[in-house]
Write a new protein. Structure first.
Lengths: 110, 114
C-alpha cells in the first residue's frame, strides 16, 4: 500500500538555526498537506500544495512540492521556541484518504 | 466553539471491556475521518464517512472495531473486548467537499487499557 516517509525522525537545534524536514511518498500524490502537532495536542493544518514544483511561504516557513509530486519539504528559517512540535506531511492518495508520514519532532535549545 | 468535538477526552478501561467514543464534526462538513495515533507515530487512518456512508475501512480496523455515522452528522467509534494494544489516541477529523480539502482534527480521545 501507499507509504509516506519522513526524515529525520528527530531534530534538535539551537534557537535561531534553520530546520528542514523531508517527506517522500511511494506513489504520486494529488496534493500534499503539512500539519503541526504541539506536545499533547492534535494535528493542526498548516498548508496544502497541489501543483508540481509548487513553493509556498508562510513567514519563516517555506514549503516545496517536488516536480514528480512524490516528495516535499518544509524549511523553517531562524527557529524560535514557538516552533517546537512534530511536523507531519500527509498525502491524498487516489482513494480519497489522507496518509500521514511518521513526523519529524523538532526541539529547540533556547 | 465550532470546531471538531470529541468525547470523552480520556478513558481508562480494563482489558476486555467495551468503549465508545463520540465525534461531532464541524456542522457543514460532509466527510468524517477516524485516525489512531500512538506515541512517536503519525496518525494512522482507520475509516472515513461521506455523509452517512462508510466508504473505506483500514485493515487496521479489526472486527472488534465498529464506526457509525447514522444521520450523517456525529459519529461513534466502538471498540469491543479492548486489548492493551488498543491504547492510543483516537482522532476524529472532518472536511467539506471532495478530496484535497483541508481536514480539521478534534483534540482526540486518549484510551488507556489496563
Amino acid at each position: 500500500g501507499q507509504q509516506v516517509m519522513q526524515i529525520p525522525q528527530y531534530q534538535h537545534v539551537q534557537e535561531g538555526e534553520d530546520f528542514t524536514t523531508y517527506c517522500n511518498s511511494s506513489t504520486t500524490l494529488s496534493n500534499i498537506q503539512w500539519y503541526k502537532q504541539r506536545p499533547g495536542g492534535h494535528p493542526v493544518f498548516l498548508i496544502q500544495l497541489v501543483k508540481s514544483g509548487e513553493v509556498k511561504k508562510q513567514k519563516r516557513l517555506t514549503f516545496q512540492f517536488g516536480e514528480a509530486k512524490k516528495n516535499s519539504s518544509l524549511h523553517i528559517t531562524a527557529t524560535q521556541t514557538t516552533d517546537v512540535g512534530t511536523y507531519f506531511c500527509a498525502g491524498y492518495s487516489s482513494a480519497s484518504k489522507i496518509i500521514f508520514g511518521s513526523g519529524t519532532r523538532l526541539s529547540i535549545r533556547p | 466553539d465550532t470546531g471538531v468535538s470529541q468525547n470523552p477526552r480520556h478513558k481508562i478501561t480494563k482489558r476486555g471491556q467495551n468503549v465508545t467514543f463520540r465525534c461531532d464534526p464541524i456542522s457543514e462538513h460532509n466527510r468524517l475521518y477516524w485516525y489512531r495515533q500512538t506515541l512517536g507515530q503519525g496518525p494512522e487512518f482507520l475509516t472515513y464517512f461521506q455523509n452517512e456512508a462508510q466508504l473505506e475501512k483500514s485493515r487496521l480496523l479489526s472486527d472488534r472495531f465498529s464506526a457509525e455515522r447514522p444521520k450523517g452528522s456525529f459519529s461513534t467509534l466502538e471498540i469491543q473486548r479492548t486489548e492493551q494494544g488498543d491504547s492510543a489516541m483516537y482522532l476524529c477529523a472532518s472536511s467539506f467537499g471532495t478530496s484535497g480539502n483541508t481536514i480539521y482534527f478534534g483534540e482526540g480521545s486518549w484510551l488507556t487499557v489496563v
